[in-house]
Write a protein that binds this ligand. Structure first.
Ligand code: ACM
Ligand code: ZN
Length: 716
């Protein structure tokens, strides 16, 4: 009886089959197959790695390389008549048979099988016997390139963490990791012929010539991957059907490198008078032959580490004013008959492409890389800046990876009150899933040149979120990456309602077992008749915190309060969590009339009045700050409030900050008293009386950018 009960429990999980991304066809024929101690995992020798991979999750007692199976066995086999990534998964009363067109197809089938098992299989301590629903699934991807770009240059993450994200990608059948290894803020790849690139360029702050940007201003911080670690990552990914495509971002985004090898930069004397002695140069000079020799040293080694067909060589956001000022680049332009600086970039990329060809690699570039019009159509283009740029690239005949920021940059905020960038859009998983080629103006002709879809995470903001400890990256990626997987894989994707049902009923539990801190949909909160009402649609548990006392409690019934502005709501479910939210009153801000002045002059385009608008308008100064500089906010009428947050720097990015300083307030309009020291860039004060004026005072120079940014106050 006990045994029967156990079996019934075992079988009951299989009621919902919710494969993510949605397979091409699936039918469930009723009944189950039971994997037992007696089941043998039988595999074709070509897919041995897929078998050992499956063994990590399912503890088969027997495993055998063979073509023959017996009743009760699970088989992984290749049929070359199928497309390479295609697979068939047949589960009947006798066997589980996964047939793939190649290793990749079999691996995809293994991922589907894992999703048919209890979610706990992802904890890797699944016990046999275990039931799987009988079914017949045929499946293949819409796009052969289903990518994710990870920026480890701005914020360093360890090789083990990279492997964890490779695992998480593989569960979603994503198959390309675009690995952004170098940028203005760091160089993360060991180059043995030039060890200083990583040994120095891998660390910023402290005594490093690479300046600390975006956070962790006071410590020397960072890391890099040795060639051996990178080879391990490549092999680890390859076993999981993921190709790692390295990016060495050139000729722009090379400030870290330029800080080590100033000889790569253009030769001209800058006018530093307007920038307080600072000068930011981050572009390789296109005219120096020695630069191409250094690039060849780098490419030779990169090509030896990575097995990918392509190497991404950047090409984005080149500050061409540096080439305009450089006599050597101008001479080159004339000599080669180049019409403009964009064609200097073409010349540079063509030279680097030639080096790549020598090492049997092809070039991939960001969308600006092809704008000079001279590059061959074999160049792969990553369309990031807009749909228009993606359309332009596909129209010109370049194989194009579609990754416009306003659908696929997962460093963007997921709602207005969460962390993240905003330059492209604010969007959640629902928007990702809504991406529609036809609606975005892609015709059948355009689609011929769509090589795939990619999400990306640039890590400027990550460094300010305690990257060693925080779950920020998980939270930014999941479930947006799940939606991306469905967009890139499924021929006919689910509606949002269907997709959300799959998340809630199946995939959240899988992510719990994977240990992913995914983002839950935001609870609905309303303040009515003296009570706060909070609801969720996902069975998560709601907690509320009184921000005045810091005390948190489980929400069991509407909260009676006369201070709705102080009540913060958040829901949790497994390892997932929602954003912190509240009623309308919680988000309310005071916007009293104020006049802003500063000892630092501002740029004409961004006047001081911007800092009085209580919007996202900012003031940019025309120089960096020195100790003693100040910003004063003087109110038209004294302001009674609970707190005032006074910050400098970009609203979402830790840059153009005052680093050290303090806030003083005036309660009489004349004398000022110190109210708080900075954390970084500003502070929040709790006034003890009505405030006439507030002053931010710098006690150190600013963060080595050539300007600072002045923001509006946030007053509650
Ligand atoms: C990019 O976001 N600059 C590729
Ligand atoms: Zn130059």
């Amino acid at each position: 009886m006990k045994k029967l009960l156990f079996l019934l429990i075992l079988l009951s999980h299989t009621a919902v089959a919710a494969i993510l991304p949605k397979p091409t066809t699936e039918s469930y024929t009723g009944g189950n197959f039971i994997i037992t101690d007696k089941s043998t995992l039988v595999y074709d020798s070509a897919v041995r790695d897929a078998a050992t991979y499956l063994l990590e999750y399912l503890p088969f007692k027997r495993i055998l390389s063979s073509q023959k199976i017996m009743a009760g066995d699970v088989q992984l086999t290749v049929n070359k008549l199928l497309d390479s990534e295609e697979y068939h998964l047949v589960i009947d009363s006798k066997n589980i048979i996964i047939t793939g067109g190649s290793y990749a197809g079999v691996f995809n089938g293994v991922q589907t099988l894992l999703q048919l098992l209890p979610a706990k299989v992802y904890e890797k301590n699944c016990k046999l016997p275990v039931a799987v629903p009988q079914c017949n699934i045929t499946d293949s991807p819409q796009f052969s390139y289903r990518g994710f770009m990870l920026d480890v240059a701005r914020t360093w993450i360890s090789a083990d963490k990279v492997k964890r994200y490779i695992d998480l990608m593989s569960h979603l059948k994503l198959n390309k990791l675009h690995f952004h290894l170098t940028d203005d803020e760091g160089w993360r790849i060991e180059i043995k012929s030039h060890p200083e690139l990583a040994e120095v360029g891998g660390f910023r702050g402290g005594d490093s010539p690479v300046f600390p940007r975006y956070g962790k201003f006071y410590e020397k911080w960072g890391g890099y991957y040795t060639q051996q670690e990178l080879k391990d990552i490549v092999a680890y990914a390859s076993k999981r059907n993921i190709e790692v495509i390295p990016e060495i971002d050139m000729p722009g985004h090379s400030k870290a490198l330029g800080a080590i090898h100033s000889d790569i930069l253009c030769s001209y004397t800058p006018d530093k008078s307007i920038t307080n002695g600072l000068e930011i140069r981050n572009v390789w000079c296109a005219a120096k032959e020695s630069n191409y020799a250094l690039i060849e040293d780098i490419i030779r080694e990169v090509s030896g580490i990575f097995t990918s067909e392509y190497i991404h060589i950047g090409g984005d956001e080149v500050n061409m004013s540096q080439w305009r000022k450089c006599p050597d680049c101008q001479r080159l332009k004339k000599e080669k008959g180049l019409e403009n600086e964009k064609q200097i970039e073409d010349y540079f990329i063509a030279r680097v492409s030639k080096i790549l060809a020598k090492y049997e690699k092809k070039p991939a570039v960001w969308n600006e890389g092809i704008e000079g019009g001279l590059l061959p159509k074999s160049t792969r283009v990553h369309g990031w800046a807009s749909i228009k740029k993606c359309l332009a690239s596909t129209s010109k005949g370049y194989p194009t990876i579609i990754m416009p920021g306003h659908f696929f940059y997962f460093d963007m905020k997921q709602s207005s009150s969460e962390p993240g960038h905003t330059w492209a859009a604010i969007f959640d998983a629902k928007k990702v899933l809504s991406f529609d080629f036809a609606k975005q103006g892609f015709t059948a002709e355009h689609l011929k040149n769509v090589a795939g879809i990619e999400a990306s995470f640039f890590s400027e903001i990550y460094i300010a979120h305690n990257p060693e400890k925080s779950d920020y990256l998980d939270y930014m990626l999941f479930p947006r990456l799940c939606a991306l997987s469905e967009v890139a894989w499924s021929h006919e994707r689910r509606s949002w309602d269907e997709f959300y049902t799959v998340l809630k009923e199946s995939h959240y539990s899988r992510m719990d077992a994977m240990g992913v801190t995914y983002r839950l949909e935001t609870p609905k909160v309303e303040y009515k008749d003296g009570k706060i009402y909070a609801t969720t649609a996902d069975n998560s548990t709601i907690y509320y915190t009184d921000t005045r006392t810091g005390r948190s409690s489980k929400y069991t019934k509407p909260i009676a309060t006369s201070a709705p502005y102080a009540i913060e709501i958040q829901s949790f479910r497994g390892t997932g969590k929602s954003k912190k939210t509240g009623s309308k009153e919680y988000f309310a801000r005071l916007k009293p009339a104020v006049t802003v002045t500063s000892s630092i002059p501002c740029s004409e385009k961004t006047p001081m009045a911007n800092a009085a608008k209580y919007s996202n308008s900012i003031v940019r100064t025309t120089r960096a700050a020195k100790a003693g500089d100040w910003i004063e906010y003087r109110f038209a009428e004294p302001v009674s409030c609970r707190e005032i947050e006074a910050m400098t720097g970009h609203i979402y990015l830790r840059r153009c900050n005052l680093l050290k300083g303090y806030i003083e307030v005036s309660y009489d309009g004349k004398t000022f008293v110190k109210a708080a020291d900075f954390d970084v860039a500003g502070a929040t004060i709790k006034p003890t009386a009505a405030v006439h004026a507030l002053k931010i005072v710098a006690t150190s120079n600013s963060d080595a950018e050539d300007q600072i940014v002045i923001q509006s106050l946030k007053i509650k």
